[in-house]
Design a protein around this ligand. Structure first.
Ligand SMILES: NC(=O)c1ccc[n+]([C@@H]2O[C@H](COP(=O)([O-])OP(=O)(O)OC[C@H]3O[C@@H](n4cnc5c(N)ncnc54)[C@H](OP(=O)(O)O)[C@@H]3O)[C@@H](O)[C@H]2O)c1
Length: 308
């Protein structure tokens, strides 16, 4: 439909990508035609269900694996005039655990998806955008693209890498925006927990494994529970960025994380952040846990009182 913007989103089978696709397709003024892509169409049911009657109208499906040159090219060639107004790079995978215990091959997969996957997409779409002198590229990064978090070494590195890449490219491509969520309740979190349960952590010493499994993981889950946003929150924020007359380059979706980023830039030596995180893991980490146990005890006491 003339006047409608073509929005291509990667990784729409679940989580943030799915909610973005649905929210844009359901725009009341029907301003967008969403090409919701995923690497395996067998996983389309959740999206199709959520899309409701927009499916086949303002939302269409396409196969796209960001790790595969041929797949990316075929998908873009399949779009009328290869015309994409808004490219949303959302597909991404996580990885947590002690570095000693993770095979290099697994680390490469993270970079292949989170870093080269985005570049592969941009390379395919940017030349046409440059010719038309129009278009908007959005990259879903993370707070971990700005601040490292213990045991997320390789994931954070992949997001730092894409942040650096985008910082350079933004100078020649003014319409480039980063979305930087903190924790979001998606399959990402579920996949992480399942992965960790399976992981034996070979090669890591018992102390490191203890800090990872008994201190870091429980507090990380507490943080997800306390501060986690919904995929819809991220979709809403992204829609605002798309609709802004001059979109910002960096967009933290969760204001609670602004102080962490500010702390980093306030101290050029880097010590402030590292010591704060050290303190959180090694002193407060176990404290949080104790607190949780106390909370349970309190609950029991309360229920006994109620019983009386
Ligand atoms: N959840 C969080 O806490 C959080 C926080 C900050 C940033 N983020 C970022 O948000 C983005 C979306 O993650 P999410 O939380 O929505 O997780 P999710 O529910 O696991 O969704 C990730 C999506 O990426 C897709 N994907 C993975 N590899 C792909 C590939 N090679 N080609 C195409 N698609 C691929 C997955 O498809 P399959 O179904 O085929 O696996 C899935 O649709 C990621 O870039 C992530 O780094 C997430």
């Amino acid at each position: 439909i003339p006047g409608q913007k073509v929005v291509l989103i990667t990784g729409c089978s679940s989580g943030i990508g799915l909610r973005m696709a649905v929210m844009l397709a359901k725009d009341e003024q029907k301003r967008y035609h969403v090409i919701a892509t995923m690497r395996d169409l067998k996983r389309k049911d959740k999206l199709v269900e959520a899309a409701g009657d927009t499916y086949g109208k303002t939302l269409s499906l396409a196969v796209l694996d960001v790790c595969n040159d041929e797949s990316v090219k075929q998908c873009i060639d399949g779009i009328k005039d290869r015309h994409v107004d808004v490219l949303i790079n959302n597909a991404g995978i996580g990885l947590v655990g002690p570095v000693e215990s993770i095979p290099i091959e697994e680390m490469k997969k993270v970079f292949e998806t989170n870093f080269f996957g985005v570049i592969r997409m941009i390379k395919e779409v940017m030349p046409d955008m440059k010719k038309r002198r129009g278009g908007h590229i959005i990259v879903v990064s993370s707070v971990m693209g700005l601040q490292g978090v213990v045991f997320n070494d390789v994931y954070a590195a992949s997001k730092f890498a894409i942040e650096g890449f985008c910082e350079c490219l933004a100078v020649q491509l003014l319409n480039l925006s980063l979305i930087e969520p903190g924790p979001v309740h998606t399959e990402f979190e579920v996949k992480m927990i399942e992965e960790v349960k399976k992981r034996e952590c070979p090669g890591a010493d018992p102390d490191t494994v203890h800090y990872f499994k008994d201190v870091y993981l429980p507090s990380s889950l507490d943080i997800f529970e306390a501060l986690g946003q919904t995929p819809d929150d991220i979709a809403k924020c992204t829609k605002k960025v798309i609709e802004a007359s001059s979109p910002r380059f960096r967009n933290l979706t969760n204001p609670l994380y602004s102080p962490i980023v500010a702390m980093k830039y306030a101290d050029e030596t880097g010590s402030l952040s590292i010591h704060a995180f050290y303190h959180m893991l090694f002193n407060m980490g176990s404290l949080m846990h104790v607190k949780k146990k106390n909370r349970k005890l309190d609950d029991k006491t309360n229920s006994v009182c109620e019983g009386d």
